[in-house]
Design a protein around this ligand. Structure first.
Ligand code: NDP
Length: 449
């Protein structure tokens, strides 16, 4: 396995997040490879880590002062053995090929776990929507889609949102796709409700993560009632994680953005959450403003010179990271454990470094990897595709109940598979193995393509 990782590093230098994601999966699927020589013979590992297709393109656009800017666009079509490529688009200045490849790789296993028919892909750009006017965002999205449209389609590749790509961006992207193709199809998910979106899609990742975490708690005959929770981020996933924790009787103490975090000992109630939604989704302000409205809360600036994030250093019961990758390092993990956290359920993708994960597993925390616990978002995207194909819209209760069933099923699969391979309670191993086996078997069935 070590040789294999070295080969990948030499072949694709500088893609550290991608190596991290591959190593994490390979570490846990080793017993499966040992039991199945046919996987080795068909070079499944080599094939599963090589994207089917990588698209990189120039995205020129003009700002409101008529200055021309050039960003880079990406779409990594990783694996289509279970269905059309499916996965979000991320607009953030940190985006590069390694990050998109890591996200696409994770997406393959996540989509496999959902029980729906979806391959894995991911895309985006190093464009930063922060501080841009609506017109600038529209011009960028139109330029981005004027290249992407030739590579995607309802039976080929169906992108969605991710960091920096919400309802506004999906609207602009869809409008341009429709104009260029001259057809109205379910080519993007996360669409607005008026024109093909699904109820519960905005809520799905956050709600799904809390449903998954509630299942983990139930294995110890516990619930979210009166649990204190640390949540990071303040975007889509963080907002709906907070909402569902509240509905289940828990208390969320923290939220953050890339500038810093707020701590509210009294908890973020429905009214405060409504303020955050308006602040982030409409006014597009900074989380710091929470303390101007609610002065009993404290605000701490992000300090990159620290070797830990103080957000993870408060007494609480559960941690639900919902911002970005590698936001919990080994020191943060130790702080969480020292502060009495017994559950970590990942809303963001790969938020915990490998050392942090090792600590969670060693200390037998209830630890859910993002590819299992945040799969609710893509699962409801799959349900949006199904509704689009049928030209129907299901009621809120129906989508929510399907989401719950899917999250319960992923939870059970992770537990059953971890038991079967002698690693009971190791959700990370269960998720990787279950996700991997389904994709690997489909690849064997479909021959050398
Ligand atoms: P949003 O853009 O809505 O929100 C992202 C939040 O995280 C913002 O508060 C943002 O702060 C913060 N953030 C982003 N980058 C950083 C960083 N480098 N350091 C600190 N804070 C940061 O994105 P989502 O809520 O949709 O996504 C959050 C995570 O969940 C991502 O990892 C995404 O891949 C994952 N995810 C999302 C799904 C979805 O359906 N949306 C599905 C599955 C996973 P700021 O505004 O300052 O940048």
């Amino acid at each position: 396995m070590n040789d294999f990782i070295e080969e990948i590093k030499q072949r694709d230098p500088g893609q550290k997040e991608f190596y991290q994601a591959v190593e994490e999966v390979l570490d846990t699927v080793k017993p499966v490879i040992d039991r199945h020589p046919e996987y080795r013979q068909a070079a499944i590992l080599q094939r599963i880590t090589e994207p089917e297709r990588v698209i990189m393109f120039r995205v020129p656009w003009m700002d409101d002062q008529e200055q021309v800017h050039v960003n880079r666009g990406f779409r990594v079509e990783m694996n289509s053995s279970l269905g059309p490529f499916k996965g979000g688009l991320r607009f953030h200045p940190s985006v590069n090929l390694g990050i998109i490849k890591f996200l696409a790789f994770e997406q393959v296993f996540k989509n496999s776990l959902t029980t729906l028919s979806m391959g894995g892909g991911k895309g985006g750009s190093d464009f930063d929507p922060k501080g841009k006017s609506d017109n600038e965002v529209m011009r960028f999205c139109q330029s981005f889609m004027s290249e992407l449209y030739r590579h995607i389609g309802p039976y080929t590749d169906v992108p969605a949102g991710d960091i920096g790509v919400g309802a506004r961006e999906i609207g602009f992207l869809f409008g341009m796709y429709k104009k260029l193709r001259n057809e109205f199809t379910g080519v993007l998910t996360g669409k607005s409700l008026n024109w093909g979106g699904s109820l519960i899609r905005p809520e799905a990742t956050g709600y799904g993560n809390v449903y998954f975490a509630a299942e983990m708690l139930a294995t110890q005959e516990k619930s979210f009632e009166n649990k204190k929770c640390l949540v990071s981020g303040s975007g889509n996933v963080a907002q709906f994680t907070t909402e569902k924790v509240l509905q289940l009787g828990g208390r969320v103490l923290t939220l953050s953005d890339s500038s810093g975090y707020i701590y509210d000992e009294e908890g973020i109630d429905e009214q405060k959450l409504a303020f955050v939604k308006e602040l982030k989704n409409i006014r597009r302000g900074r989380i710091k403003e929470y303390t101007e409205k609610y002065p009993q809360a404290t605000y701490t600036d992000a300090d990159l010179s620290l070797d830990y994030n103080p957000l993870w250093n408060h007494k609480a019961d559960c941690a639900l990271p919902s911002a970005t990758e590698n936001e919990i390092n080994e020191q943060d993990a130790q702080n969480l454990i020292d502060n009495g956290i017994t559950l970590v359920s990942e809303g963001s993708n790969m938020p915990s470094t490998p050392d942090a994960v090792r600590l969670f597993v060693e200390h037998k925390l209830l630890y859910a990897p993002g590819k299992a616990s945040n799969a609710g978002g893509v699962a409801v995207s799959g349900l949006e595709m199904a509704q689009n194909s049928m030209r129907l819209s299901w009621p809120r209760e129906e989508v929510d109940s399907r989401l719950k069933i899917i999250m319960k099923s992923i939870h059970k699969t992770c537990l059953d598979v971890s038991d079967y391979y002698g690693m009971s309670g190791n959700y990370a191993a269960g998720a990787n193995i279950a996700g991997f086996v389904k994709v690997a078997n489909a690849m064997l069935d479909q021959g050398l393509v």
